[in-house]
Design a protein. Structure first.
Length: 131
């Protein structure tokens, strides 16, 4: 297991770290309500996806229509068996940094909540979602 080691992969974003905790390897999505504010776009969150199957986690927020924003980074902390903290290191819109916290349901089939904040291309953002 390569946990905790520094990895380099050219994804157009430079170096990144692999997940540091042994999170469940799942891809879950669900509807709910929330808001994303900042970085050139603000919208009501209607749908989310969390994917922890790869070397880095992906958290995607959507307005329920055609707008999606995805954040990538390693899971760096686990609190209990359902709460996880991700260190955001890039997005599908370019450079990003910050923190995302999410909770999975006990059966790992849905996301209960997502809370995130940070900077996207140097501009502040925050988002909160609950199912």
């Amino acid at each position: 297991n390569a946990q905790g080691r520094q990895y380099t992969q050219n994804m157009g974003y430079g170096n990144y770290r692999q997940n540091l905790v042994n999170a469940p390897r799942v891809k879950v999505d669900n509807s709910g309500r929330g808001d994303f504010k900042g970085a050139n776009k603000s919208f009501h969150i209607r749908h989310t996806w969390v994917d922890t199957r790869g070397e880095q986690a992906i958290v995607t927020l959507s307005d329920g229509d055609d707008y999606k924003i995805s954040f990538y980074g390693p899971i760096v902390q686990q609190n209990g068996n359902r709460d996880f903290t991700m260190d955001i290191n890039h997005s599908n819109f370019g450079g990003a940094n910050g923190t995302a916290t999410f909770r999975l349901t006990p059966d790992d089939k849905r996301v209960e909540y997502i809370s995130m904040n940070g900077q996207l291309k140097g501009r502040d953002f925050n988002g909160n979602f609950r199912r």
